[in-house]
Design a protein around this ligand. Sequence first.
Ligand SMILES: Cc1ncc(COP(=O)(O)O)c(C=O)c1O
Length: 342
Amino acid sequence: MIDLRSDTVSKPSLAMRKIIMNSDVGDDVIGDDPTVKRLEKLSAEIVGKQAALYVPSGTMGNLIALLVHCEINKAAIVGSESHILWHEGLGATKMGGIHLSQIKNESDGTFSEDELLNFTNDQVSLLGVLCIENTQNRCGGRVLNSSYIANIARFSKTVDCPVHMDGARIFNAAIALNCNVQDLTKDVDSVSFCFSKGLGAPVGSVLCGNDEFIRKAKKIRRNLGGGMRQVGIIASAAEYALLNNIDRLAEDHENAKLLAQHLLKFPCLEIDLKSIETNIIYAKIIGIDGDKLVASLARHGVQVSQPKTKQEIRIVTHIDISREQVLEAVSIFEKVISNISD
Ligand SMILES: Cc1ncc(COP(=O)(O)O)c(C=O)c1O
């Protein structure tokens, strides 16, 4: 099966499994796990923050960030296409009484400038945090560059509001922009990123910020049930991923471009090639039934997802997908589409 539904589907490599087996562990809730300590230190250093906290998921990382930045009745500004809004179940609203206020995301993942500038004028809640997402998943893995992020941070200062970056795929952004990841994180107050997506680890994310922020975050993690005991057993895989799997993300980006270029030849798929900056492709399905296409692809050995509508598929390349599999997937698309069109 060529599984292109998400970069979350990859499985730990043999080398990673060996590292897992030999993990040095301790009770992390009481601060005794040496592997977690190393991972948190390394994560904070890589993104240029004072401290970091290992958390079970990207969702929990974002939730904790919002709970720390916002008090009750404050608003978190999020993009209209953000993961926080669409896929994190209003956790911040339920747990923290935090109002999620939306600003329209443009197709390139940036905020609508008009909406952003007008935003502070008509809000019932005080601003608690402004959230940006890099790469922007639902916009198709689009990257926010350092000058855009610096502008957002400057604006945010004028309204006295911290910035949180959902950087689930921040290394994809850095690789696509050919920059140091710190160029993308230096202007934000907090950033979370995931080990279990393009980096290929089985579990976990990390939340980074200043010492005071992480001290508060740690208490909230415990309250949410996110304190994990001998968690070095998985933190070792995350550490391995950080040390070994960042540069290779470029291959996933090349594979995504290659796949999109080939898929363009099918008139029933509409793809904006210019929008493919990282490992995510969105294709609109024209003239054939989306559900039928997806089911038939799966029967022939290619899995894709439909996170938005049934007439739009998302295709994601990742560490377990080779160039050969990309070309094989193209042949399967060809076969399936010609069968459906007959
Ligand atoms: C942009 C973004 N943020 C956050 C998350 C949440 O991560 P997790 O699934 O680990 O909770 C995801 C998951 O796909 C994501 O794409």
